[in-house]
Design a protein around this ligand. Sequence first.
Ligand code: 7TS
Length: 423
Amino acid sequence: MKTASNPSDHKTTQPLAAEFNLLQIRQDFPVLKQTIRGKPLVYLDNAATTQKPQCVMDAIVGFYAFDCSNVHRGVHELSRRATESYEGARLKVQKFLNAAESREIIFVRGATEGINLVAHSFLRPTLQPGDEILISAMEHHSNIVPWQMLCEERGAILRVAPINDLGELIMEAFEQLLSPRTRLVAITHVSNALGTITPIRHIISLAHGKGVPVLVDGAQAVAHMPVDVQELDCDFYVFSGHKLYGPTGIGVLYGNSELLEKMVPFQGGGDMISSVTFEKTTYNTLPYKFEAGTPNIAATIGLGAAIDYVSAIGLKNIAAHEHQLLAYATEAFARIPGVRLIGTASKKAAVLSFLVDGVHPHDIGTILDQDGVAIRAGHHCAQPVMARFGIPATTRASFGVYNTTAEIDALVAGIYKVKEIMG
Ligand code: 7TS
């Protein structure tokens, strides 16, 4: 069986910087120590969710073991500690995104909820029939369906900027679609199905040039590159904790404070009010206006730990490591006959989507799983991307901080096995 070249020929597993020690990083993730059917687990489904380092689990357990209490409510010691850790996580997110103020950081369940919050609280109250929302053809369903629902309700129009055969946004078309009726641009920073990094800074400056606010879906970006919301000058930025080595059930909406101040609440309930009578309720200040009810305190603290973890390694180092992995995998796949990559943009992050001639992606996934190689097969909640390429599904390998070239070799060996079995 032919495999990719010897991993020792490549330098990708060498430390990139003092902070980047791949062996140590792998030690931090207990899940990676297991075998699946006798083979070491090769986890290449990081775009779906990432594994969690021990420090994140410790932070969650530590909260439940020693500090379990509600936030912002109690006068007692445990509530004080819980509130301090919860608000401490907000400060960590603020620093992580370089937001100007901590009140611009709203904790939500994930990227999906962040987008729905903006749809409901920012756009819905003012959207008129004939108004337009501009997205791209490479969005995840989370950044399509909320806008579609809103358009249907308000008689507004969803415009879609097309992508080329490489999976890159066609900028001329995007500019043309940016019209006097555009009320919001909502666009992904990195495509989960193709790996394309969109020219988000340029997109934002074009939109702002016409007075149009921009929401960036950063679900696939924050774990893979440094993000600075002030430098980007975006109005909204959303991400999910679980794709950033943090827990599920927690995510972030960053919003420019001027816009957040003017927005109506998303949900009503405890914590989001400053006073309530049966006649009238006045709302709490930012960020609490958007955090109704008891939040996911443990997960928020876990997210804070995850941010500490990736920050200590350095997002630039993570980006460089994953860039090398992607280059190594792309090169190795180019040598496998009958394999076609879907998504070959000049700027990509951590995602390798592909087809193998005559084999359904689900069969590829099942055969790889026999050898402990975990990938995703399907439409990746991006059915319009599949339609654009005229295919029902792809097989997707997606990389994270702990992956190695040896794991890519295992993937490549698995693809040869698939061809042998199915061909
Ligand atoms: N936006 C993008 C670009 C995504 O990739 C995802 C999840 C979401 C939004 C939604 O995130 P959630 O945490 O709110 O669900 N993407 C994937 C994926 O590629 N495979 O599983 C989930």
